[in-house]
Design a protein. Structure first.
Length: 241
């Protein structure tokens, strides 16, 4: 099987597993791709829903995250995310910050399949991408927003190898060298910088090779999640106080 096909199948398997988890863990949900929201859930005190429309500048990458009620955060986190997205759009006209999994409305962690999430203080945000000619892509190039890995430029920069290799369920194959997309370093760097400067942000998880490459080696908020966690060179995990 070619590298591109393996990547595509890995993304599809992730989507199928995630769909099952969401449907069993959150009650009845609308079908993937549907714009119809699920029945209003009971929401834990202090949690609010993120916007689910496509107007931006903060948008769900996949409508299913809203349909399955995985788009709740604390009021402070919502305010910080809205402000960060608005600032990024001012710096990069037309840019939209796409979110993936946040928390469910019950306010309890962990939220499978994550090791955390669930209490409204964590969210996964998409990285930004360009095509092979350097033109910005409006959205990540995968269905779920996960899986569009930006691998290390050198194998020596890979963090989880040998005895420290990631568990198979948390790992993913590097994309094919001839993929149609690459990391947009400028927009991704600017988003990380905006978030890191926010006093409501506790930490941001990203792979060490991207931390160095994007210029955050001395930033204590930008951290490595460790080899027990999933790869973080396809998304940012943001923790709020």
């Amino acid at each position: 099987m070619a590298g591109g096909e393996r990547q595509r199948m890995g993304i599809l398997r992730f989507a199928v597993v995630l769909t099952g988890l969401l449907l069993t863990g959150c009650g009845q949900a609308s079908p993937p791709g549907s714009s119809r929201p699920a029945a209003q859930p009971r929401v834990a005190p202090g949690l609010v829903a993120l916007p689910c429309d496509a107007a931006g500048p903060l948008v769900p990458h996949w409508r299913f995250y809203c349909a399955a009620n995985r788009h709740y955060v604390t009021a402070d986190a919502q305010r910080s995310l809205q402000q960060a997205a608005a600032r990024l759009r001012r710096e990069h006209p037309g840019a939209m910050v796409a979110y993936m999994e946040a928390s469910w409305p019950i306010g309890r962690r962990p939220m499978p399949p994550h090791l955390s999430h669930g209490d409204g203080r964590q969210i996964d945000l998409a990285l930004f991408y360009v095509d092979r000619d350097g033109r910005p892509l409006a959205r990540p190039p995968t269905v779920t927003g996960y899986g569009a890995y930006e691998p290390p430029r050198r194998e020596a920069d890979r963090s989880c190898v040998g005895a420290e290799r990631r568990a198979k369920r948390n790992d993913g194959a590097d994309p094919a060298a001839d993929r149609r997309w690459r990391l947009d370093e400028t927009r991704t760097r600017d988003l990380i910088g905006i978030l890191s400067a926010d006093p409501n942000v506790r930490r941001i998880f990203i792979e060490p090779h991207l931390k160095r490459r994007l210029g955050f080696s001395m930033d204590p908020k930008v951290r490595f999640a460790g080899c027990r966690a999933a790869r973080h060179d396809d998304h940012l995990h943001v923790d709020f106080f």
